[in-house]
Design a protein around this ligand. Structure first.
Ligand code: F3S
Length: 81
């Protein structure tokens, strides 16, 4: 299973991730993205049916702020950088 989290420090609110994967990513009041499923903790296994959307978002983020890993992020976006 895969996990995902947004690095809100580097997100520039471009809006691409939520367009690619609206069931995973949403935006706060300032347009900064976060993971809907676990309030951006990166602790939730992403359902396999959503994996392709997640990878599209990962590849499409212009700032590399969409993080994906085989392990839980435990709330730390830069854990595996
Ligand atoms: Fe931000 Fe990247 Fe999404 S810049 S809005 S995390 S595509």
């Amino acid at each position: 299973a895969k996990y995902t989290i947004i690095d809100k420090e580097t997100c520039i609110a471009c809006g691409a991730c939520g367009a690619s994967a609206p069931d995973i990513y949403d935006y706060d009041d300032e347009g900064i993205a976060y993971v809907l499923l676990d309030n951006n903790e990166g602790t939730t296994k992403i359902p396999s049916i959503l994996e392709e959307d997640m990878l599209d978002a990962f590849e499409g983020c212009p700032t590399g702020s969409v993080k994906v890993s085989n392990q839980s992020f435990h709330g730390e976006p830069t854990k595996f950088d």
